[in-house]
Ligand binder design. Structure first.
Ligand SMILES: Cc1cc2nc3c(=O)[nH]c(=O)nc-3n(C[C@H](O)[C@H](O)[C@H](O)COP(=O)(O)OP(=O)(O)OC[C@H]3O[C@@H](n4cnc5c(N)ncnc54)[C@H](O)[C@@H]3O)c2cc1C
Length: 440
């Protein structure tokens, strides 16, 4: 067993171990290295002082009281997918929520433990005949995803994941377990819907409003190499006039020899989607398939396990971007892609200050990914920055695609909601116990 005085110098880990027993994992303890692994392999060498495997809200309270008293960095960890590994503080305490993964569905309410990954959440909600709009990738955590907003393949019809948040059980840095809802701690409830993971406190459980699971039609259009500029123009015009039922994304690869892909989901039968697909340029390869809600979520769930080394960022698009500009910008680079996801519909009809998520008027988000497997981190970050800044979409970005080098990140992520968010953060975390490089 690792020594209870190991890690951050002078910290009395034995005291926390008396509360948590072997659920407190220190360097040298069995499993420490496996538990540490973040999603983005760029941060694989980061070493926290301790990882607390919490099984109940009281464990989270013990961790926050301890971190607050000892003045050590502390961060919640749900699905580990933070692009910048902000859930893995160097020399700090990781509050691991993986065991808080119970999902209970009753009527149109789903209570989801804050450490639940997306696929198990979909399985439980779908088995009850209900649906929750949330993201793709089966191992993303409901914790980080919801707190930053949560965009997904039925968001134009149903809104963001956080738009469905009815209440949250949250431990604030003073050690109190609170309920945030429209009727209780309303400012905190407002902030938890888009104000970003890692701020205000540590959520232990979410309660969401669900809808009856719809039948969906999945589609994919593959355009040949060389078509990127035309497809980006056509896709933007197509989505401008799309009904709420239609969601789609457009992927432009850095490699000129690769296809450009437009894929998405229609809430309804194939026969209603086909006339809409006919408005896009003709394509050699087209897949269209009717699926249940659960089948669709499984299809989008993707692979498992920690990822590769990558740098990423984002922009929010408010106007048409010329396709030839986008194609030239992305295809000047190597080993990366820009993924455009359509916004609008129900997502866009919420007022920008009704919840903390400010990007309601965006037409689309642009997610920018570049690999750092075969080149340095600095080179990958240069590619990200050139594309991000080259898109010309102003100071905007999605906090869930968190970019440690985002210029003016507070304005980019939070826009006009920034001042109110800072007030809420000061009220619930006056001593900045939860501070991290892009924390409020
Ligand atoms: C492969 C992949 C696919 C993705 N797909 C989508 C998508 O479809 N839609 C979308 O919107 N986003 C998507 N994302 C982005 C994702 O929403 C963010 O990375 C999100 O922050 C991940 O949450 P997590 O719980 O998995 O990560 P973590 O690293 O565990 O947490 C992320 C941040 O939230 C904090 N946090 C986590 N849990 C809590 C909690 N319970 N209370 C307080 N703070 C908490 C952490 O401290 C950290 O700062 C994707 C990311 C990846 C890597």
């Amino acid at each position: 067993m690792g020594t209870a005085t190991a890690g951050a110098a002078g910290v009395d880990w034995a005291r926390l171990r008396r509360r948590l027993g072997e659920r407190l994992v220190l360097p040298g303890d069995p499993g420490y290295d496996a538990l540490r692994v973040p999603w983005n392999a760029l941060y694989v060498n980061r070493r926290p002082a301790a990882i607390a495997k919490c099984v109940r809200a009281e464990d989270v309270q013990a961790c926050l009281e301890f971190a607050s008293r000892e003045r050590i960095p502390v961060a919640a960890r749900s699905g580990k997918h933070s692009y910048a590994a902000y859930s893995l503080p160097e020399n700090g305490l990781v509050v691991d929520l993986a065991a808080l993964s119970a999902v209970t569905v009753s009527g149109s309410r789903a209570r989801i433990g804050a450490g639940t990954r997306l696929l198990p959440a979909y399985e439980a909600v779908g088995a009850a005949g209900q649906a929750l709009p949330a993201g793709t990738c089966q191992t993303v955590g409901i914790g980080g995803l919801t707190l930053g907003g949560g965009i997904g393949v039925i968001s134009r019809k149903y809104g963001l994941t956080s738009d469905h948040l009815v209440s949250a059980r949250i431990v604030t840095p003073d050690g109190c377990l609170r309920t945030a809802s429209a009727h209780s701690e309303p400012d905190l409830y407002w902030a938890l819907r888009g104000g970003g993971g890692g701020n205000f406190g540590i959520v232990t459980e979410f309660t969401f409003r669900t809808d009856p699971a719809p039948d969906l039609t999945y589609f994919n259009l593959r355009y040949p190499a060389g078509a990127a500029a035309d497809v980006v123009d056509a896709w933007q015009e197509w989505m401008d006039g799309a009904p709420d039922e239609l969601w789609s994304g457009c992927t432009v690869e850095s490699d000129r020899t690769k296809v450009t892909n437009v894929g998405g989901v229609y809430v309804g039968p194939k026969k209603d989607l086909l006339p809409l697909l006919d408005k896009m340029p003709r394509v050699a390869e087209r897949t269209v398939q009717e699926l249940s809600y659960l089948e669709t979520m499984r299809l989008y769930a993707g692979g498992t396990g920690p990822g590769t080394r990558f740098a990423a960022s984002s922009r929010m698009l408010r106007r048409h971007l010329p396709g030839d500009h986008v194609a030239a910008l992305v295809q000047e680079q190597t080993d990366g892609a820009v993924l455009f996801d359509s916004f609008g519909g129900a997502l866009g009809r919420v007022a920008p200050d009704a919840t903390a998520f400010p990007h309601r008027d965006a037409k689309a988000s642009a997610q920018i990914f570049f690999g750092a497997e075969s080149r340095s981190e600095a080179a990958a970050r240069r590619a990200v920055a050139e594309v991000r800044d080259g898109l010309g979409a102003g100071t905007t970005g999605y906090v869930n695609y968190i970019d440690p080098e985002m210029p003016d990140w507070p304005t980019a992520y939070y826009g006009r909601n920034l001042a109110r968010l800072r007030r809420v953060a000061r009220r619930y975390d006056p001593d900045r116990v939860l501070a991290f490089p892009q924390g409020l």
